[in-house]
Each structure stands twice: as C-alpha cells, then as structure tokens.
Design a binder for this molecule. Structure first.
Ligand code: ZN
Length: 64
C-alpha cells in the first residue's frame, strides 16, 4: 500500500491542529505535515459522524 507523503518535504508524518482562519466564524482541524507544517487537508472542528450517531440514538433510529 502506498504511503501518504507531504508534497513539500516528502515526510510521511502528519498531525491535526485546531485553527481559526481569519474572517471565518468556524474553527477547522488542519491536517498538516508534522515536520514542515504544510497543510494537506481540513476537517470540521466537530466530528459530524459522531454527532449524527448521537442524534440518531436520541431519536431511536437504528441502521441495522
Ligand atoms: Zn512537510
């Protein structure tokens, strides 16, 4: 299986960092190279899948 590599420094180590972009009302999780900080993706601050599952549980909705 191929390894993900940083497009800037070829490192294969990544981390997430909470960030509030200027002029934004939302916090984001940046996925960045842990060596040089190059941002390779973003995720929502909240884990939408987890939140959706909790709402479904409260509403008694089951998928299986
Ligand atoms: Zn890098």
């Amino acid at each position: 299986m191929a390894s993900s590599t940083c497009p800037k420094c070829d490192s294969t180590s990544f981390e997430t960092k909470l960030h509030s972009p200027h002029n934004s009302n939302f916090k984001l999780q940046f996925i960045q190279c842990s060596r040089c900080g190059c941002v390779v993706g973003t995720m929502d601050y909240y884990n939408i899948g987890y939140m959706l599952r909790k709402v479904m549980e409260k509403l008694g909705i089951r998928l299986d």
